[in-house]
Design a binder for this molecule. Sequence first.
Ligand SMILES: Nc1ncnc2c1ncn2[C@@H]1O[C@H](COP(=O)(O)OP(=O)(O)OP(=O)(O)O)[C@@H](O)[C@H]1O
Length: 259
Amino acid sequence: MACTRLFPSNGAITTAMHIELQNVSKSFGHKHALKKFDLNVPPSTIVALLGENGAGKSTLLRILAGVSVPDSGLVRYDGRRFDRENMELRQRLHFTPDMPLLFPDQSVARNIATFAALYKKPTAGREDFLAHWLEDMGAAALMRRKAGVLSRGQLWKAGLGCVAAIEPELWLVDEPFASGMDALGMAAFRRLARHLADTGGTVIYTTQMVEMAADFSDHVCVVREGEQVLWESSAETRRRIAEDPDAAENILRGTPTPP
Ligand SMILES: Nc1ncnc2c1ncn2[C@@H]1O[C@H](COP(=O)(O)OP(=O)(O)OP(=O)(O)O)[C@@H](O)[C@H]1O
């Protein structure tokens, strides 16, 4: 399906969200998962949160989603302080954890309708479109199956169907490149993320893979031991990888481009 056929009539995204983290810290016992983390994400952007295992990426994503509460510091959306009780702000974002959360006893079709209703984005008139969209991922047959019996890759595809129905202003995605989805699913993920960013939304996803981050994002944000150590355009990251065989290692360490 061509990109222009996506979301033909919804037009749900009307505003652009400005995302800001100031001095955000989070510890688990003696482990400082995030240390005074600052982040400033402009709208209409895909950000790859890149880092080694245990760097603090998922912790950051969970705080942005309101699933986890920081010990200190501020999260602001459009200049307004965000916390998990703020349902109005929470309805503007969607978090896909590394194992998407669907209602296990509901069919995929019912899940999509339920999520759309929860986010007040009616699917009326878009049923065929959403079905075609799943068809493009080779997942049309999933529509009638219960979410609880799906494989991991199938569950992710079903989750993408829900996100397509919601069209969140901010989509937070934990490790899409380790989702177990096949090439059709991965292409659908990219198409959906790019569509959201192109229509004013923001997508922030986590990965440990430097080349993936460079290849599919607008900005790369490197997290190391709970701190932001590098923020650069993905064009710059791609250039570094092309020119220097050791670039991936240096980027993961947060080494900036030499002057
Ligand atoms: N609930 C928890 N209890 C204790 N420690 C935790 C908890 N959640 C995260 N941590 C620790 O915080 C640090 C950051 O974890 P986080 O999951 O954010 O890393 P990550 O960058 O997403 O790692 P990965 O790439 O391996 O998924 C790790 O040292 C981890 O062990």
